[in-house]
Design a protein around this ligand. Sequence first.
Ligand SMILES: CC(C)(COP(=O)(O)OP(=O)(O)OC[C@H]1O[C@@H](n2cnc3c(N)ncnc32)[C@H](O)[C@@H]1OP(=O)(O)O)[C@@H](O)C(=O)NCCC(=O)NCCS
Length: 190
Amino acid sequence: MHEVLPEGAVIRKLWIGETAKYREHVLRLDPESRRNRFGGAVSDDFICRYVDLSTSLDAVVHGFFIDSEMRGAAELRPLGLRFPRQAEAAISVEKPWQSHGVGSALLRRTLLTARNRGFRLLHMACLADNRRMQQLARKFDAELSFDFGSVVGEVESSRPTPLSLMREMLTDSHGFATAMLDLQSRMLRA
Ligand SMILES: CC(C)(COP(=O)(O)OP(=O)(O)OC[C@H]1O[C@@H](n2cnc3c(N)ncnc32)[C@H](O)[C@@H]1OP(=O)(O)O)[C@@H](O)C(=O)NCCC(=O)NCCS
């Protein structure tokens, strides 16, 4: 899987203990991106509670990191036992990093993760005037059929394959190695 990301950037799953990085990223979103992300204006306090809840649930969060700072996120959250094969996905990228392919890379990772966990339906809340998100979803129409009226995306493949599991494992190990190198160089600098 070849991704063209800005130099020095990495996309990896968030670790336990990195909730603060996620919270800071969401709080930094400009008002329009914040509105698009949450489907309306929300307060800082709402965001703090939202992030705490997300990370305490069974969510998988991928982060886009540059210079150790989290500048983008994709969250995949199962809808629970009553809807066993359904999950909710949401993406956010801070303004200076938008339109650089980051949202596409984050959605690609999220779709792979959803597939490997056997999710059939992905819900994505998207405001009707959010053209960029709609364009982004259209790029993945082979994997995701999107109905902007009902705001439900369908992950078409029902089962993970050895290859899809391997792809997730490989990207995870690359993300882990990069994070370790980053930690090491920060410790050396300190
Ligand atoms: C929607 C969002 C996640 C997209 O992320 P991104 O990093 O900007 O997306 P990409 O750079 O990968 O671009 C994806 C597609 O959007 C379209 N696009 C990019 N810039 C655009 C712009 N300025 N205007 C309209 N469409 C645009 C293109 O079709 C692009 O694909 P291409 O570059 O292959 O042609 C990001 O803009 C964002 O965080 N917005 C605020 C929060 C939000 O709306 N979240 C979605 C609700 S869950």
